[in-house]
Design a protein around this ligand. Structure first.
Ligand code: T1G
Length: 696
């Protein structure tokens, strides 16, 4: 099956790339493309060439799946150089998203036209890479130092108008791309102009003070970042080369630096995450499932979570029926929604008109029978089993027969919650993460009797919301919160043995976590987990050492930021500082529990914290709660601030080596055998010399 098809029309050869879904520049595409271009160039009946993408987009980049394997000629830089070297004018007709290597192919063409909805960009930095097929050299020559740096370091695409403004493309096709592209090319052919190559382009802005200061400012900004990617500084070096050395020397530098980035652990981790995010929504049993149409969402409960879920649905084009128990609560909820949308308008993210349309799609109600036509009904009421249980019984009586009933619970048992429903097959958990209108992670918690259509429809709904859905089975805390509990317990054990909350937070921030465990608890509120710990206290195994510092803080009304004190003391402007009283409390606890304090280094803190996450995750995978290790990575990165450039805890564990990880756990188990009981799966993989990635 060809991935490149050609046709000639009145002396213009149109070369169409067809490699769905995104026309990635695979080895086959590269081979067929360069052969087609050179064949057209040698055809005396062809005066000009147009390259375009069939289907939804111009090529969206190199084929990321080929990275990490031996590269196969023709390499993309070579393809670009050979396209650019052709003596006849070549035009790139861009639609969709011309990204990465796709934009590099376009830059190697002699002319570029994009339709008004097209986006172009260099997202390589999101993969820990840099444009490695001439993009740093050609784009800098076409649009200057600052625009090139902005494009490559942000990784964000720009629209075709902006691309034309900075010189990356020649024109925007406002009506119909191909006819306008043909007309543009024919006009160039008729003038018999020599071909214009990007490599020969030059802008005055490329040299002198403006360029120097742009490069210097960039270097300073990157130097100030604690976890800058290797690719960031190398992009600056490549852009600088484009202003200082000849094109082919610049290409050689770009190739060398690209190879360094490709070999970096950060790029390996980021490419792992790219595919992990897309794989998460796929799991066995969905092949025969059918996706039902979803137009209206019923949201029961307009508190912080419920109103944010309503906003997420409104922003994605759904009708929303928002139900609160009385007019006062309902008024608060609708004001909360209006405020969120107004803030987006104020920041220029949302046109005023769109806000009005969204609010017109919102139906506030105090009678939950208003959800009678809703396709999915999500409850976000008080996190209490009996409240939710009663609500679902009532909902089942009013919701339409094929409506999906979903709970936003963060840890209650979905099987028990839906157990008394007449139709539990249409019931499941949709665990949103706060703030629900921004956080992309959504745990789709599948009950024992949830049927595949319900799951498939919920996954499609999640994707339409722009979420990254991850399937979870039913257990206490599902995937993310169960790992969080283990992580916190491991940190608490370190408190008993001599570490302080402030030291642990500092160590985990230094590792790259957005926040440490104790500052996170202060932010979310110590009282939430306190009520859960009290609920579980009787079930707690007395053989497990228990710190109890958080309980003592709660007993003193120190619930965290919301009370001005938790593990930290908070100033009026929200600034936080460690509190000596907490350290004294900890000393008392150590004396009570007979624990002698010792010092902890940052590396040991991090190793213990990651080991706890990985060990619990391995149990979760072994129990079938998570479908695969990479799903855990996605949950941790998108829900709990795990550094994306490390790929997630399971990727980290593979990088560390499961044998070493297991040995560490064996060492920790000497003082806390029960907590540090190694997962059977982890032990098996370590002994077999396998990795978690082998299970992805
Ligand atoms: N290579 C291989 N597969 C890709 C791919 C790519 N570049 N881009 C997407 N896919 C697959 C993806 O895995 C999924 O597969 C399907 O296409 C739909 O993707 C040398 C080094 C284009 C904005 O980084 O940003 O060029 O799950 O679910 O939400 O300088 O895909 O169906 O089996 O994301 O509509 C640079 C990455 C590469 C762009 C479309 N390019 N892709 O989003 O669909 S490096 C990128 C995207 C490079 C050169 C450098 C998005 C999209 P499956 P999707 P979408």
């Amino acid at each position: 099956m060809n991935t490149v098809n050609s046709s000639v029309r009145d002396g213009i050869e149109i070369i169409a790339i067809s490699n769905p879904p995104v026309n990635a520049l695979s080895h086959q595409v590269r081979s067929e493309l360069v052969a087609s271009v050179e064949r057209a160039a040698s055809n005396p009946d062809v005066a000009g060439i147009i390259i375009l993408g069939e289907g939804r987009t111009f090529p969206a980049g190199a084929d990321i799946r080929e990275f990490g394997r031996p590269p196969k000629a023709p390499w993309l830089p070579e393809v670009c150089n050979r396209i650019e070297a052709v003596q006849k004018p070549i035009l790139a007709a861009i639609h969709g998203t011309a990204l990465g290597g796709g934009l590099e192919i376009a830059a190697a063409c002699h002319f570029r036209i994009a339709d008004s909805n097209a986006q172009v960009g260099f997202p390589e930095i999101n993969l820990g890479l840099l444009p490695g097929a001439g993009g740093t050299q050609r784009a800098t020559r076409l649009c200057g130092v600052q625009p090139a740096l902005d494009l490559m370091l942000s990784g964000k695409p720009i629209n075709s108008s902006k691309a034309a403004e900075i010189g990356l493309i020649d024109e925007v096709a406002w009506r119909d791309l191909l006819p306008e592209a043909e007309s543009f090319l024919r006009s160039r052919v008729s003038r018999s102009e020599p071909v214009r190559r990007s490599r020969d382009a030059w802008k005055d802005s490329l040299s002198g003070v403006e360029a120097e200061s742009a490069l210097l400012n960039c270097r300073k900004s990157i130097a100030g970042k604690p976890h800058a990617l290797p690719a960031q500084i190398r992009i600056v070096e490549c852009v600088e080369a484009a202003t200082k050395v000849n094109f082919f020397d610049g290409l050689a530098k770009e190739r060398r630096l690209f190879s360094e980035c490709l070999a970096s652990p950060q790029s390996s981790a980021l490419r792992h995450v790219f595919f992990a995010e897309r794989k998460a929504a796929k799991f066995p049993g969905m092949e025969s499932a059918s996706v039902r149409t979803v137009r209206e969402i019923g949201v029961i409960g307009g508190g912080t979570m419920g109103s944010a879920i309503a906003v997420a649905c409104l922003q994605s084009g759904f009708r929303v029926v928002l139900v609160e128990r009385d007019a006062e609560q309902l008024g608060r909820a609708t004001r909360r929604i209006d405020a969120v949308l107004e803030a987006a308008v104020a920041k220029g993210f949302l046109p005023e008109r769109k806000k009005s349309e969204m609010l017109a799609s919102l139906e506030p109600a105090t009678d939950f029978r208003s959800v009678i036509d809703s396709d999915i009904v999500v409850e976000a009421v008080f996190e209490d089993f009996s409240v939710k249980h009663r609500l679902f019984a009532a909902l089942e009586a009013v919701a339409k027969p094929d409506a999906i009933l979903a709970s936003n619970t963060s840890y209650l048992d979905i099987n028990e919650l839906g157990g008394s429903l007449d139709h539990p097959e249409r019931f499941l958990g949709l665990h949103f993460f706060a703030p629900a209108n921004r956080m992309r992670l959504l745990e789709v918690v599948v009950g024992d009797r949830t049927n595949p259509d319900t799951v498939a429809t919920s996954l499609a709904f999640a994707k339409k919301l722009g979420k990254i859905p991850v399937r979870s089975g039913v257990c206490e805390g599902f995937i993310g919160n169960r790992i969080l509990t283990a992580y916190r317990e491991a940190c608490d054990l370190m408190l008993l043995d001599g570490a302080t909350p402030f030291q642990i937070d500092g160590a985990m921030r230094g590792f790259g976590m957005k926040m440490g465990p104790y500052e996170t608890m202060d932010l979310s509120g110590l009282d939430i987990s306190w009520s859960r710990r009290k609920r579980l206290k009787l079930a707690r195994d007395s053989r497990l050492r228990y710190c109890g510092l958080a309980d003592k803080l709660c007993e003193r009304g120190r619930f965290g930021r919301k009370t001005g004190m938790g593990f930290y003391v908070y100033g009026e402007n929200g600034e936080s500082r460690p509190d000596e009283d907490v350290t004294s409390l900890l000393e008392e606890i150590r004396v009570e529990t007979g624990c002698s304090g010792r010092s902890f280094g940052n590396e040991e803190i991090r190793n213990r914290a990651i080991a706890a996450k990985v060990n619990e995750a391995a149990k979760i995978i072994d129990e079938g709660i998570a479908s695969r290790p990479s799903d855990v990575d996605v949950v941790e990165i998108h829900g709990y601030g795990f550094p994306r450039w490390l790929g997630g805890p399971m990727k980290c564990a593979d990088e560390m080596g499961l044998g070493l990880l297991l040995a560490n756990i064996g060492e920790y188990a000497k003082t806390d055998a029960l907590f540090w009981e190694p997962s059977t799966l982890l032990s098996k993989l370590a002994i077999d010399g396998s990795s978690f990635d082998d299970l992805n």
